[in-house]
Design a protein around this ligand. Structure first.
Ligand SMILES: Cc1cc2nc3c(=O)[nH]c(=O)nc-3n(C[C@H](O)[C@H](O)[C@H](O)COP(=O)(O)OP(=O)(O)OC[C@H]3O[C@@H](n4cnc5c(N)ncnc54)[C@H](O)[C@@H]3O)c2cc1C
Length: 203
């Protein structure tokens, strides 16, 4: 998978939002150490978490499976724009038969590392290719896509919801691919923002 941070809100916007409550703008050091510690104190420690909702992140996520996407989409306090299989599975029509799980198959499928599962995924991919090659419409053919089929999306989320996401999905109980996604999303954050998510990753 590949995660790219497309944009994020500057931290001092959140500091301004917090200072609005007490009209303490004069105390600001314009995104310096005082403001950063204020955000952590009010947003995290005082549980005035709604102030963290001013802080937004937009990521481009590619190479996750549809199985992973299905779990990601359960996080309702986020926005997704996903590659449409209805419009894009025609990409398979150009392909030759899939016989082994090589780099060409890896362009379409997430490998699990379990040979039997990956072999069955490959067979499902080849079945899908045959269905499309026979002229059946995308709207019908998509019903035999394997869960391992790769997808991509633009994902936007605020800091409060991202804390919840990271806490749930870096946990050992989460699906392995979701854990990998959660850690990769954390890695893609600006270093200066990571202190807000420390407890969710280490906790
Ligand atoms: C290990 C694990 C196993 C799971 N297994 C399953 C499973 O077997 N089946 C299944 O269906 N799901 C399962 N889930 C998904 C889980 O139930 C949540 O849907 C998902 O983790 C999103 O979490 P969330 O609701 O906190 O996030 P979001 O939807 O982003 O919501 C964020 C927060 O907003 C608040 N909120 C959002 N909507 C409402 C609402 N309608 N009412 C009140 N408060 C709201 C809550 O405080 C919530 O924590 C699993 C999740 C994990 C991490």
């Amino acid at each position: 998978m590949k995660i790219t941070l497309l944009q994020n809100t500057a931290l001092d916007i959140t500091a301004t939002a917090i200072r609005t409550c007490w009209q303490s703008f004069d105390n600001s050091d314009h995104g310096g150490r005082k403001d950063l510690s204020l955000i952590d104190r009010v947003g995290n420690k005082f549980k005035h978490s709604s102030t963290l909702e001013h802080l937004f992140y937009t990521f481009y996520i590619s190479g996750i499976s549809r199985a992973c996407l299905q779990e990601l989409a359960r996080h309702r306090i986020a926005s997704l724009s996903v590659k449409s299989s209805r419009y894009t599975i025609k990409e398979l029509k150009e392909e030759k038969p899939f016989v082994v799980f090589d780099d060409r198959a890896g362009k379409y499928l997430v490998a699990t590392g379990d040979d039997m599962v990956d072999d069955m995924s490959l067979k499902a991919l080849e079945n899908l290719r045959v269905v499309l090659d026979s002229g059946i419409s995308n709207d019908r053919a998509k019903y035999c896509m394997p869960e391992s089929y790769k997808t991509e999306l633009t994902w936007s989320i605020n800091a409060r919801s991202l804390q919840n996401f990271l806490s749930l999905r870096t946990d050992k109980a989460a699906l392995w691919e979701m854990r990998e996604l959660a850690y990769s999303i954390h890695d893609a954050l600006p270093d200066s923002h990571k202190y807000l998510f420390k407890d969710m990753i280490d906790g």
